[in-house]
Design a protein around this ligand. Structure first.
Ligand code: PLP
Length: 392
């Protein structure tokens, strides 16, 4: 096999061209048009939620959520260290202060450490949780790689300490609980706000784009209003608030409507490809395919191999470049956000698992088009390489 197996590429097997051409033919290419509304309705239906606002990106969806959650300069927002930096940057856009809370074995925020931070490092006056005199306004929980965070436990801490919950569901469109308190609830529809992304590598894409939802339909209307320059009147330029140019375009939405039609099939493929990888790595002694939370149906967007670092001392860079030479694109999980230049010096709380996983997770190809043959090739090559690299 001398072809290249990419990590995660978009899939346009459906009505994408038809709908985009239709939007072009109609001349509706900008931030108005029927495809935007259609995409919002299809998403709301899929997520079993009342109202969804389409926006320009997942980042803008998160930014709008923080604004709507009344995060103001000087506030504290609890955030994850081990995820894509776009989950945390909007905290800085609001001139608020991030505090990094460790993850658990799902790579998502650890509710036990979250609680212990609130109980031992903060004071609660019945209305506000305060950390060093600052109001802890919200937390951002990321459903990493499509894996549901422990929302039962996180929501109970948030309720107890009056924290707004912003779910970064950018990687988790289609993940839902199959049992427990939140049975039937989708990632992004449990907290106060849920943000989704349609960037090129996500489970569905609009090129660039995103969506935001909230637990209250009126709030979503307000988010949409903020995203369209806060225009109050259809005829006159009257603006009662500072708005943003965060709306999705109709061209993007046309792509999105076609992608939503295929979403169930994409999820099915992600799940069955994951199962095949799981078989391939079942008895492998040097790495383990990381599982998704029990009691949920995950979209299984991205696959993670946990390497046995006691036996493999090669660096991630060596492993990634060796696999590249074999035609396989892989990547390391992210660098810790608290170690990035703009975040050095911010407060971290008991980070143990985040640095642990940061040094040993390798993501392997997960595109929906990958064939069984390719999966077996990837698994064989990864196993062969790691066996060569293993210390005696
Ligand atoms: C992709 C992603 C985002 C940002 O979404 P964009 O649409 O690229 O702005 C935010 N958080 C996480 C965890 C992501 O994976």
């Amino acid at each position: 096999m001398n072809k290249f197996i990419p990590l995660s590429i978009p899939n346009f097997e459906g009505n994408e061209k038809k709908y985009v051409n239709d939007a072009l033919d109609q001349g509706w290419v900008s931030t108005g048009g029927a495809y935007i509304t259609k995409l919002e309705q299809e998403m709301a239906k899929f997520l079993c939620t009342g109202n969804v606002a389409a926006c320009q990106s997942g980042t803008s969806a998160l930014h709008l959520s923080l604004i709507e959650a009344d995060v103001i300069p000087g506030d504290v927002v609890l955030v994850p260290p081990l995820t894509f930096i776009a989950a945390v940057n909007p905290v800085k856009y609001q001139f608020a202060t991030p505090v990094f809370i460790d993850c658990d074995d799902s790579f998502c925020m650890d509710p036990v450490k979250l609680r212990s931070f609130c109980e031992t490092q903060c004071e609660f006056d019945g209305a506000h949780l305060k950390y060093q005199g600052k109001i802890v306004r919200a937390l951002i929980v990321v459903h990493v790689f499509g894996n549901m965070a422990d929302m039962d436990a996180i929501m109970s801490v948030a309720e107890e300490f009056n924290l707004k919950v912003i779910e970064d569901a950018t990687e988790a469109l289609g993940t839902y609980y199959t049992e427990g308190h939140y049975v039937g609830k989708y990632a992004g529809t449990i907290g106060d706000f849920g943000a989704f992304s349609f960037n090129g590598n996500k489970i569905i894409t609009t090129g660039g784009g995103g969506a935001v939802t909230a637990n209250n339909s009126k709030t979503v209307d307000h988010l949409r209003y903020l995203s369209t320059q806060a225009k109050n009147d259809p005829h006159y330029y009257i603006h009662d608030e500072i708005g943003y140019n965060f709306r999705m375009t109709n061209l993007q939405a046309a792509l999105g409507v076609a992608q939503m039609e295929e979403l169930p099939e994409f999820i099915r493929r992600k799940q069955s490809n994951y199962d095949l990888y799981k078989e391939q790595f079942a008895d492998f002694e040097l790495a383990e395919l990381v599982s998704f939370r029990e009691g949920t149906s995950s979209n299984k967007w991205f696959y993670s191999l946990e390497l046995d670092k006691n036996r493999i001392s090669a660096t991630m860079r060596e492993i990634i470049t060796s696999l590249e030479k074999r035609g396989i694109q892989t990547r390391a999980i992210w660098g810790l956000i608290n170690e990035q230049k703009p975040y050095k010096g911010e407060v971290t709380y008991n980070l143990e698992k985040a640095p642990y996983y940061a040094s040993r997770i390798l993501n392997i190809p997960s595109s929906t088009q990958i064939t069984e043959e390719e999966i077996i090739y990837v698994a064989d090559e990864v196993k062969q390489l790691l066996r060569c690299l293993a210390d005696e």
